[in-house]
Write a protein that binds this ligand. Structure first.
Ligand SMILES: *[C@@H]1O[C@H](CO)[C@@H](O)[C@H](O)[C@H]1NC(C)=O
Ligand SMILES: *[C@@H]1O[C@H](CO)[C@@H](O)[C@H](O)[C@H]1NC(C)=O
Ligand SMILES: *[C@@H]1O[C@H](CO)[C@@H](O)[C@H](O)[C@H]1NC(C)=O
Ligand SMILES: *[C@@H]1O[C@H](CO)[C@@H](O)[C@H](O)[C@H]1NC(C)=O
Ligand SMILES: *[C@@H]1O[C@H](CO)[C@@H](O)[C@H](O)[C@H]1NC(C)=O
Ligand SMILES: *[C@@H]1O[C@H](CO)[C@@H](O)[C@H](O)[C@H]1NC(C)=O
Length: 620
């Protein structure tokens, strides 16, 4: 009798398991992630009860509990949590006594990656100042724009930036106090900072400011697709939530985390350094990413976790083999923007490294994490993720392919995109999900918002990204709006085309866009290409590859061979310029090629051929 009950129980259990596997194959990974998020929220709540609610609190907590743990390893120096704490106290005291800085003052910080970037920043946090991170590669004109748009009255720069600041000094002089992180000052326009540290105390401020966690923490300049950069406000809440990133990816306090990305970007300062502080882990900080040093550094410092962006991985796989690339103990790579072709090459070459791909934005609190092993997916949209208050709520909206505006019904409401249909990713604004806007630009801020989306009065942040939610609840990144063009009545995804081009052995980098031709609707595909060192363009091979792998409407009709893609900023910015220059041989010195179907080859684009195309004599 018992045996019968038992066996039918077993059969029932088996049926249940089978059902679960078929109907909900990702139940376990979803659940595990859900419990991780819940665990994280519990930790956060427990810490909040102890008064640890901000990025700075979190750092102070580690400095108190793990004072002697190495925090930053930089070149041949190791700074413990306590050392960084004391040094940032000194900066705070120096800024207060010598610079009269106080809570709410906005301070622009322009430094290359080095420990004092973090010490100065934390020092300013201790005073309650809002720090604006400057891109160290900017030119004088943008520097002036950045300073004015965020409203900073104090500027702190590293010694390398003195020359740049001198260019804009005449325009700033009366309004700006300028500090240089050095022992001496280059001229009377600058105040030196490091010599002041000798005379001030390393003790904490006696009266630390009270911080409103709903207020602004940082300004980060985002490089929009056009025009000058915008100062996005990053709130305290967003900062503390970002600190969970590395933990969610599976990093622990024992990890040694290698950070080569510039600290003025949110990924490095909030996800990377913040993630490291959250865990109480050690960070190996690099002044600048170097493909040749990357694996050597990883071996030298026993690095276990690396943080990446897509471009960085591409540089690594394009770099000649070094013995260290297989001898390291890196087990996890966490970041965003990795394309599938590079990813495959990455794991093939560099051994068993787990990749955790995330998606996040500077301006709003929305993020996904690729926590399954599905190639190409950026995250999950399962039931558990949606009900979680910590994971960020979102919607995908149906949009008009011509204008990229959400489609509205007769009553003015938006429509949810269906499963399997790409939609615009939007996130409701709530107390936990703030959008603090861009400094000094209300019109721009308002443009990122959608109102009356599902009901009167609701407000959503429009990410401008197209995502697809498939029937298994995976989310796929489809396009950043503007990264598609239309040709012969079809949509061409530029990322898809550059992925395909990137598979060829002689192509190092491909930037794909559409150019207009008189007499044609839409835009014809064009690719700016950088060849690998010591490689030549093989037109027939490229032709065959393109024809074999891409539909005719997506073929790049024009090529532009560049010696390097301008790496100062993102691909997006250069694209605008490339599109404007088009395929006119009179406008650029770069060699241009044209896809000649009759010759089954890419042929040199002469001025005569250009004129034939423009006049319609040669057809596409
Ligand atoms: C660290 O390296 C710098 C130059 O790279 C050198 O001047 C300094 O003496 C070194 N410090 C130690 C402790 O080795
Ligand atoms: C300096 O401040 C004045 C008044 O606050 C303002 O009108 C002017 O635009 C500022 N100049 C610069 C270069 O920021
Ligand atoms: C790296 O690990 C090895 C063996 O575990 C150890 O001997 C070495 O001291 C470590 N190096 C550093 C820089 O921590
Ligand atoms: C997500 O992670 C899996 C396994 O780590 C990987 O195969 C896949 O390529 C990742 N997705 C992206 C978009 O990187
Ligand atoms: C182009 O893309 C939009 C949005 O995904 C879609 O609605 C439209 O049908 C597509 N057009 C073609 C021809 O595929
Ligand atoms: C171009 O590629 C084709 C096919 O891969 C090869 O047969 C040919 O030799 C190559 N031409 C040159 C000039 O390298």
């Amino acid at each position: 009798m018992i045996a019968v009950v038992f066996s039918s129980l077993l059969a029932g259990l088996l049926a249940l398991l089978l059902y679960q596997r078929m109907a909900y194959p990702f139940l376990w990974v979803d659940l595990i992630y859900y419990f991780k998020l819940r665990g994280y929220r519990k930790t956060l709540q427990a810490r909040m009860q102890k008064g640890i609610v901000t990025y700075l609190d979190c750092f102070l907590y580690q400095a108190k509990t793990n004072p002697n743990k190495p925090f930053i390893i930089f070149e041949n120096r190791t700074l413990t949590y306590q050392v960084v704490d004391r040094r940032s106290n000194k900066f705070a005291n120096a800024f207060r006594t010598e610079g009269s800085l106080k809570q709410r003052d906005i301070v622009a910080l322009g430094m290359f990656n080095e420990p004092d970037f973090i010490c100065v920043w934390l020092g300013l946090c201790k005073l309650g100042c809002e720090v604006a991170f400057l891109n160290v590669n900017i030119k004088a004109k943008s520097l002036l724009h950045c300073l004015q748009s965020c409203g900073a009255k104090t500027l702190v720069v590293g010694a390398e930036l003195v020359q740049l600041v001198e260019e804009v000094l005449p325009a700033l002089k009366d309004n700006m106090t300028v500090w240089v992180v050095d022992h001496t000052s280059p001229s009377e326009d600058f105040s030196s900072l490091l010599d002041k540290l000798e005379h001030v105390s390393g003790e904490p401020l006696s009266d630390p400011p009270k911080v409103d966690i709903m207020s602004n923490f940082l300004f980060i300049f985002t490089s929009g697709t056009t025009g000058l950069s915008k100062a996005a406000r990053v709130g305290h809440l967003k900062a503390i939530m970002s600190m969970a990133f590395l933990q969610m990816c599976g990093a622990t306090s024992d990890d040694i985390i290698y950070i080569t990305l510039p600290l003025y970007h949110m990924s490095a300062s909030l996800l990377g350094i913040g993630g490291c502080i959250h865990l109480g882990a050690t960070c190996v900080l690099k002044k600048k990413f170097s493909a040749s040093q990357f694996w050597k550094d990883c071996v030298k410092h026993n690095v276990t976790v690396v943080q990446y962006i897509g471009e960085l991985c591409r540089y690594l796989v394009n770099h000649p083999t070094v013995p260290e690339e297989k001898a390291h103990s890196v087990r996890l790579a966490a970041g965003s923007g990795l394309r599938s072709d590079v990813w495959m090459e990455f794991v093939k070459r560099f051994g068993k490294v787990k990749i955790r791909e995330g998606y996040g934005l500077t301006e709003a609190s929305i993020g996904f994490l690729n926590y399954t092993d599905e190639v190409g997916a950026i995250g999950r949209a399962s039931y558990f993720n949606k009900v979680q208050s910590l994971s960020m709520p979102f919607q995908l909206l149906r949009y008009d392919p011509q204008t990229y505006e959400p489609v509205r019904t007769d009553s003015g409401r938006c429509i949810q995109a269906q499963i399997g249909e790409a939609g615009i990713l939007v996130a409701p604004l709530t107390a936990m999900n703030q959008f603090l806007g861009y400094a000094g630009n209300n019109i721009l801020s308002e443009k990122k918002l959608l109102r009356n989306v599902f009901k009167a009065g609701d407000v959503y942040f429009n990410t401008g990204d197209l995502l697809l939610h498939d029937y298994r609840d995976f989310l796929y990144f489809r396009d950043r709006i503007g990264d598609t063009f239309r040709w012969k009545g079809e949509n061409v995804s530029t990322t898809e085309v550059s992925d395909v081009l990137g598979l060829l052995d002689f192509i190092q980098e491909a930037n794909v866009y559409g150019v207009t031709i008189p007499g044609y609707e839409g835009r014809a595909g064009m690719a700016a290409i950088v060849l690998k060192p010591a490689h030549k363009l093989n037109g027939t091979k490229l032709y065959n590859h393109v024809v074999k792998t891409l539909p005719a409407y997506a073929w790049p009709w024009f090529l532009r061979i560049q010696t390097s893609l301008d790496v100062t900023e993102t691909f997006k910015q250069q694209k605008v310029k490339l599109v404007q220059e088009g395929f006119n041989p009179d406008v650029t010195q770069d060699p241009l090629y044209f896809l000649d179907v009759s010759k089954k080859d890419y042929v040199y684009l002469t001025l005569t051929l250009y004129q034939d195309i423009v006049s319609g004599k040669t057809h596409l």
